[in-house]
Unconditional design. Structure first.
Ligand SMILES: C[S@@+](CC[C@H](N)C(=O)[O-])C[C@H]1O[C@@H](n2cnc3c(N)ncnc32)[C@H](O)[C@@H]1O
Length: 259
């Protein structure tokens, strides 16, 4: 079900050599110039995510499964928060570190290799956790959410962008996608005030991206070839998934039972 770090390493190495893929994603998703995304969160979606995170100068954001660090770095730039970025692909982490230097954010950004279920961060050490389009890759979603809960301070926030199956018994969809059920999984991991909202407008932007990717001659561009394979796969079952934004909090200190 899970994909390996080595597979993602190859995917990121191919992506480095493809300005075409990056330019296409940025244009169709309406992302800020220079933001390196390897997901499907649009510029408008990012604005909503930033508002939900409620970050201030000096807060610490964990961008979990951050890839090349694009969204976390943009959020650090806008909010002046400190950034911890974590991904299991060493190639992605190296690219994120380089990007932080180019954007002159290296003094506020710390990127490390780690697992969705085992971040290596101290308990209660971050103010907010963001997981963009990656939670479905966890070996165990409940374990990954418990790890988010562990590293968040009391009253901290989690924001997750993901997809859920419209019908979890739909066997056209991968098991990975069918296991996502945030309205149940977030409370079980100890989160409160859980909200899961459908985002049909985000889905429209995604569809436009996949459809346009198929119109471009990929030639020997490995990232475009891989994007086109994914486009065909995704469009074949596009109606089977809902796009969701989930937000939740850890209990505030007065809600945490004393030992
Ligand atoms: C679709 S990409 C999204 C990357 C980034 N969040 C973004 O939006 O640009 C999924 C990311 O999840 C990471 N990933 C997958 N499984 C993981 C795991 N078990 N632990 C940590 N990272 C993982 C991959 O390396 C990849 O960077």
């Amino acid at each position: 079900m899970a994909r390996s770090a080595e597979e993602f390493d190859r995917w990121y190495a191919d992506r480095t050599d493809s300005p075409v893929a990056d330019a296409l994603v940025r244009r169709v998703l309406g992302l800020p110039p220079g933001l390196q995304s390897t997901s499907l969160l649009s510029g408008a979606g990012l604005d909503e995510v930033v508002a939900e995170l409620g970050l201030r100068d000096g807060h610490v954001l964990l961008d979990l499964a951050c890839g090349r660090g694009g969204y976390g770095l943009e959020i650090a730039r806008r909010t002046r928060c400190r950034l911890a970025g974590l991904d299991f692909s060493p190639v992605a982490i190296e690219q994120a570190r380089r990007r932080a230097q180019v954007l002159e954010l290296a003094d506020r950004a710390d990127f490390r290799v780690g697992e969705l279920t085992e971040t290596g961060l101290r308990a209660a050490s971050v103010d907010a956790v963001l997981v963009v389009d990656s939670l479905q890759f966890a070996e165990s979603i409940p374990d990954a959410l418990r790890e988010c809960r562990r590293v968040l301070r009391a009253g901290g926030r989690i924001v997750v962008t993901c997809w859920e199956a419209s019908d979890p018994s739909d066997e056209r969809l991968s098991k990975r996608m069918r296991q996502v059920d945030l309205l149940s999984q977030l409370p079980l991991a100890g989160f409160v005030d859980v909200e899961v909202t459908d985002k049909p407008a985000w889905r429209v932007a995604e569809k436009a991206l996949w459809e346009e990717a198929l119109t471009i001659g990929a030639g020997d561009d490995l990232a475009m070839q891989s994007m086109q394979e994914e486009a065909q796969r995704v469009l074949a079952t596009f109606d089977g998934l809902r796009r969701v934004l989930a937000t939740a909090f850890t209990p505030s200190s007065d809600q945490v039972p004393s030992a």
